[in-house]
Design a protein around this ligand. Structure first.
Ligand code: HEC
Length: 401
């Protein structure tokens, strides 16, 4: 398969993934909101649990929640499951197109761990399978009897998994795989618990046996889990744009702070109808998290290349900087790239002309000198001294003759 094939597959799968994900999350947030804002039913005698008036798309909608006790099953009943499955399937295609087969982003990174691509693929897939398997086992075996113990086991296992992945895979791939594992747990909850429980409910309403309270209780528990996992997963899925976060040497800690913040924000949104101070708590949570993230990121900047910098001339000319760019960056960052796995001029950045190099000087510093996230997984073997050369040329004003 050619790089163009994978680029288009990536594009198509991403498009589907975002649309399906919006539909899945959007539906679940609407139903969550409905459940929390239902007014007491005006006709309680019919087994109604609550009702709500909505205004949308030029009309009034009247929604009633009912257990349908002693009433026939409606002829048309809308289920909500394909949004979840489509999100998961397109996400799996994306993992293959971007990381496993398409080589569109680095999976193994020799500066993190010396792994072959095959070993890194095996680790990525096993992490997802293991995560889903462990979650299912714990929530089925321990959850019903000791919910607090189940949560503790899962949180500890999650921290271990985050630590392991961020020390085995490239930063970006590690964040993505933690997100994919959580999202697979969510999709698994839909497929293996929530939908079976709804089937059970429908059967009992149709008079084909009694609803099993155990599966209903499990569905309730995993729905709450999904509710809390949603925001962290989205934060992890968009993390690919933030190299200073995912490539930080304490990336595992940053990831945990981000996940905790996501869950906390979701919690405050859940309780906002019954908690008058939710707004100040929300602002406080987000601000505290931003301060913690900023402090961690500022403290953990890799010790500058001081040793390497000692060997760099005190005045660096453009010719010297350009020599480094030509050797280590231009293979990809060109309109005619020698390494076309990422397509021409990735992120629209080309270093063919002096003016282009000068234009991108601040980002060159950020990616190649400070965060060291370029070249990806150091594919072109840039040395510390060469990074220092780029850093000094930019510090001295990024002059071009
Ligand atoms: C193996 C191919 C490859 C090489 C070599 C490479 N890059 Fe990149 N670069 C990419 C890809 C892919 C992206 C887009 C993904 C990303 O931002 O991580 C990118 C994005 C960028 C961006 C734009 C994104 C931003 O954060 O502003 C800059 C700047 C950049 N690279 C600088 C460099 C520098 C400097 C070098 C050489 C030291 C280099 N790159 C070497 C593939 C490469």
């Amino acid at each position: 398969m050619t790089p163009t094939f994978y680029e288009l597959l990536d594009y198509a799968a991403r498009w589907v993934h975002v649309i399906a994900g919006i539909m899945w999350v959007g539906n679940s947030m609407l139903f969550n909101w409905l459940d929390r804002t239902l007014a007491p039913p005006s006709r309680p005698e019919d087994g109604l649990q609550g009702e709500s008036w909505l205004l949308h798309s030029g009309g009034f909608y009247f929604v009633e929640k009912t257990q349908l006790v002693g009433q026939p099953l409606p002829r048309t009943l809308h289920w909500f499951k394909w949004q979840a499955y489509t999100t998961w399937i397109s996400g799996a295609v994306l993992l293959v197109a971007v990381y496993y087969a398409g080589g569109r982003a680095a999976l193994a990174d020799p500066t993190v761990a010396a792994l072959s691509h095959g070993a890194a693929v095996a680790i990525g897939i096993s992490a997802i399978v293991l995560g889903v398997g462990l979650y299912e086992a714990v929530q089925r075996a321990v959850g019903p009897r000791a919910p607090a113990a189940a949560t503790t086991i899962l949180v500890v296992a999650f921290v271990v998994m985050v630590y392991a992945l961020t020390h085995l895979l490239s930063g970006r791939a590690a964040f993505l795989h933690v997100g994919a594992m959580l999202a697979s747990i969510m999709a698994g909850n839909v497929a293996m618990t929530i939908i079976p429980s709804q089937r059970d409910l429908v059967k009992s309403v149709a008079g084909e046996g009694r609803a099993d309270p155990a599966i209903a209780a499990r569905a309730k528990r995993v729905s709450i889990n999904n509710n809390y996992i949603t925001f962290p997963v989205i934060a992890l899925m968009v993390s690919a744009h933030f190299p200073s976060v995912y490539s930080h040497r304490w990336s595992w800690l940053l990831l945990l702070v981000i996940v905790a913040t996501g869950a906390a924000v979701r919690h405050l949104m859940n309780v906002r109808f019954t908690t008058p101070w939710w707004r100040s708590a929300l602002v406080g949570t987000v601000a505290a998290s931003a301060v913690v993230l900023y402090a961690l990121m500022a403290m953990g900047v890799p010790a500058a290349t001081s040793a390497a910098a000692a060997n760099v001339p005190s005045v660096v000319t453009f010719a010297e900087a350009r020599h480094v760019i030509d050797r280590r960056c231009a293979a990809c960052h060109s309109l005619q790239p020698a390494d076309s796995s990422f397509g021409a001029a990735p992120s629209g950045v080309a270093f063919d002309l002096p003016a282009q190099i000068q234009l991108h000087a601040p980002r060159i510093r950020e990616r190649a000198v400070v965060t060291r996230t370029m070249p990806p997984a150091n594919k072109t073997h840039i040395t510390e001294q060469e990074r220092a050369i780029l850093g000094r040329w930019i510090a001295q004003g990024a002059m071009v003759p």
